[in-house]
Design a protein around this ligand. Sequence first.
Ligand SMILES: *Cc1c(COP(=O)(O)O)cnc(C)c1O
Length: 385
Amino acid sequence: MRSNTLIYLDNNSTTKVDPRVIDAMLPYYTEYYGNASSSHLAGAKSFEAVKQSRIKVAELIGAGESEVFFTSGATESINMVLKGLISNSAKKNPHIITSTTEHPAVLDTCRFLEQKGVSVTYLSVSANGIIDIEELEQAITDNTILVSIMLVNNETGVIQPIKQIADLAHSHNVLFMTDATQAFGKMKISVENLGIDILCFSGHKFYGPKGIGGIYLRSRRPFKVKIPSLLHGGGHENGIRSGTLNVPGIVGIGRAVEIALSDMFKDEKSVNKLREKLETHLLQIPNTFINGDKNNRIYNTTNICFEGADADAIVVGLKNIAVSNGSACSSTSVEPSHVLAAMGRTDLQAFSSLRFSLGRFNTEKEIDITVEKVRKIVMQLREML
Ligand SMILES: *Cc1c(COP(=O)(O)O)cnc(C)c1O
């Protein structure tokens, strides 16, 4: 392998589009470009392709076809649901419960709603990143309309006890939503078994294209979900989201789902093996530790703290190896990861932590190269202290 070849270990940010997905999409740009709402044959072809994708998405999570809606991605889905449920609520002072380690798509939308007078509770997490069920129970009030907890954390890979959370919410007659963006297409999800009423996902986190995603909204009682339209117009997506359908994108996400349905367990096995190898070797570097619960974690992610080495400097040193340092840059300062901060890490530890997120296309050779390079850079940086 040439030394300037990209080694991509940042699959939680976005993934390469699977070539099989591109093959499926291309004809919908070149030949079958009809508007899915048009009544001529070209439109019917697009309409049918959209229908087939919707059926596949529904199959992946055990939902009904009519419960799946396409959007531009998880950010839009999350905004639509949180703002929509609040504007639809019959309660005078609606209350939302979420957690401190959610993705900014949830946190920033909640902060926006707080400015509009909505009350929001942000549950804390333990040192391993998992919420406390008792704290959740105490937070639920008569005004609570929604509990929103992510399935898999994007920075640490930590998996929350979703079923327990959903059951508790339901026992208080409260809806349960999960941002499943990091789980969708990577692990088995049954909305029925897990008690999920609302689920958000994005195509580009599991080898599909960018700019396409969706929502599952339960249509069956007693936890039937109804949200108003935020985009008005032609009444697409059953009136929930107007705008001409992104047919190639929908075909692409459908193909990515189809591949997930057939390859998910194969991918899990091979990616997990690479993650274990990477993690085992990186932890042999002195003064390193894993951020996040080792036993409740998705198979592709590891977040490791290299104490005494600046993560930003490691990223720069790694050059053609793409990993994430997790910090958020605002216009005025660099903030430590809010996820690691919520887990009780010091700023220094957070600024010394890196996320490695693996995917379907990684190889053992890439892992070997990465281990050697990280080891070398961390040792060099520590010597400079
Ligand atoms: C990427 C991501 C999102 C946002 O997805 P977009 O495709 O950028 O809208 C939301 N939640 C989680 C957990 C994510 O990883």
